[in-house]
Design a protein around this ligand. Sequence first.
Ligand SMILES: NC(=O)c1ccc[n+]([C@@H]2O[C@H](COP(=O)([O-])OP(=O)(O)OC[C@H]3O[C@@H](n4cnc5c(N)ncnc54)[C@H](OP(=O)(O)O)[C@@H]3O)[C@@H](O)[C@H]2O)c1
Length: 198
Amino acid sequence: MTTIAVLGNGRVGGNLAAALTRAGHEVTAVDRTPGAAARAARDARIVINATPGEGSLDRLVGLREELRDKILVDVSNATVDGPDGLPGALIYPGSSLAEQLQEALPHTRVVKTLNTMLFPVMTAPAILTQAPDAFLSGEDPQAKQTVRELLVDLGWQKEWITDLGGIQTARATEAAILFVPHVIRSSGFAPFAISIAR
Ligand SMILES: NC(=O)c1ccc[n+]([C@@H]2O[C@H](COP(=O)([O-])OP(=O)(O)OC[C@H]3O[C@@H](n4cnc5c(N)ncnc54)[C@H](OP(=O)(O)O)[C@@H]3O)[C@@H](O)[C@H]2O)c1
């Protein structure tokens, strides 16, 4: 059992919080109520960022002390939305939100994962007709191992989890968000994941 704070209680945050609670973890999911994120992060071993990517850097840097020595799991995507509300462009081209977070929070172990799929897949990967990939990016092997175990708790088989390497590899998975508006326009909101065929 791990103490987990989920920042953001929307589609992604609410879904992850419910599934991690079902898996036996002690989970607190918080919305934007003032002070709630700081309280939850202070008491947690793992903090999950499921808030909008735009603004995440400022919000999380504001929690620098609460995040000290913690694992920060970043599942967000930092995009400028187009007129239809779908992701249109990257906020950190040539870099990534995850890299910016790791640089700004050197005493926090940032792990990027689960940002390459529609939210229902995060907690039910077996609903897809083909095995999806969950990618891991981060500097700390132990932190990635801890996150890998959380993914297994969420229903991910070990062979579906691919460690891409250091935090810089998150710029690849974050760029994959550029597929999303086109997939949704052509196929609707049916669950999908961006994966590597082998
Ligand atoms: N939806 C997906 O399938 C999907 C897939 C992969 C990654 N992601 C990423 O996951 C993140 C969350 O997406 P979502 O679809 O769950 O969004 P969402 O349903 O809009 O939920 C966002 C959550 O963040 C909170 N929030 C919004 N602005 C905030 C702020 N300024 N300060 C603190 N909290 C704030 C919202 O609170 P309120 O309810 O008060 O607004 C809500 O609880 C995004 O970064 C997104 O790119 C989404």
